[in-house]
Ligand binder design. Structure first.
Ligand SMILES: CC(C)(COP(=O)(O)OP(=O)(O)OC[C@H]1O[C@@H](n2cnc3c(N)ncnc32)[C@H](O)[C@@H]1OP(=O)(O)O)[C@@H](O)C(=O)NCCC(=O)NCCS
Length: 189
C-alpha cells in the first residue's frame, strides 16, 4: 500500500524557536486535535513546549496547507541525563535489557518528542516528510521516541521508516497507558 503524496500545495519548513513561539497556539491546537486530548491540555502543555525549545539540538519542522494553515508539526532535541523522559526510558531499558543496551541506545541520541498531523491531512505522507526533515539535520547516532502501544497509524509510519523496538509495554510514571519506545540508527538512508 502506498500513501498518496502530500498535496502539491503543502509547504514544509523548519521553524526557529521564535517562529514556533509565534504560532504556538495553532501548533498546540493541532496537537490536541491529533491526539484527541481534552481541550485544556493545550494550556497545560504550553510551558513544556516552551521549555523544550531551549534544549540543546532542538529542531522543529512544520507543514502548511495552501492557505498557510498549519497541518503538521514535529520537534525534538538531544537526549541528555537529567531530562525526565531520558531518565524514565533509561530506567526501563536498564531494568529490562541491561545497562549496556541502555548505553548503546542512549549515549548519543535525538529524541523525536512530538509529531502530529491534522486528522483531515493524515495518511498522505506529511508525517513521513516531517520525520525526514527533522532527522536530516540530526547528527546523533540514534533517534528515539515513545508512542502509545498500537496498532496505529503512528506505528505503521515508524515501522516503515525503520524504527525497531527498544522497550515495549512500558509505563511512564503518572500515565496508565502502555507505551512503546522505538529507535533507529541515523542517518536515515
Ligand atoms: C502519526 C502521524 C503523525 C503520521 O502522520 P501522517 O501524515 O498521517 O503519516 P504518513 O501519511 O506520512 O504515513 C502514514 C500512512 O502512510 C502510509 N505510507 C506512506 N508512504 C508509504 C509508502 N511509501 N509505502 C507504504 N505506505 C506508505 C503508511 O502506511 C500510513 O498509511 P495508513 O496509516 O493508512 O496505513 C499522524 O497520523 C498523527 O498525527 N496521528 C495522531 C497523533 C499521533 O499519534 N502522533 C504520534 C504520537 S507519538
Amino acid at each position: 500500500m502506498t500513501a498518496a503524496p502530500p498535496p502539491s500545495t503543502t509547504r514544509f519548513a523548519e521553524l526557529s524557536a521564535d517562529e514556533l513561539r509565534a504560532r504556538l497556539r495553532e501548533a498546540l491546537a493541532l496537537y490536541v486535535t491529533a491526539m484527541n486530548y481534552p481541550r485544556g491540555t493545550a494550556e497545560q502543555r504550553a510551558p513544556m513546549w516552551l521549555a523544550h525549545m531551549l534544549r540543546a539540538g532542538w529542531r522543529c519542522a512544520a507543514a502548511f496547507d495552501g492557505d498557510g494553515a498549519m497541518v503538521g508539526i514535529g520537534y525534538g532535541y538531544l537526549g541528555a541525563h537529567g531530562q525526565w523522559w531520558h531518565e524514565q526510558v533509561r530506567r526501563g531499558v536498564t531494568e529490562r535489557r541491561g545497562a549496556e543496551v541502555a548505553d548503546a541506545w542512549m549515549g548519543d541520541y535525538f529524541e523525536l518528542t512530538e509529531l502530529h498531523v491534522r486528522p483531515d491531512a493524515q495518511g498522505g505522507g506529511i508525517g513521513a516528510e516531517l520525520v525526514r526533515l527533522l532527522l536530516a539535520g540530526a547528527t546523533s547516532k540514534h533517534v528515539l521516541l515513545s508512542t502509545p502501544e498500537g496498532p496505529s497509524r503512528a506505528w505503521r509510519l515508524y515501522r516503515r521508516l525503520g524504527f525497531v523496538d527498544v522497550l515495549r509495554d512500558y509505563q511512564f510514571t503518572g500515565d496508565p497507558r502502555p507505551f512503546g519506545v522505538l529507535g533507529r540508527e541515523l542517518p536515515m538512508a
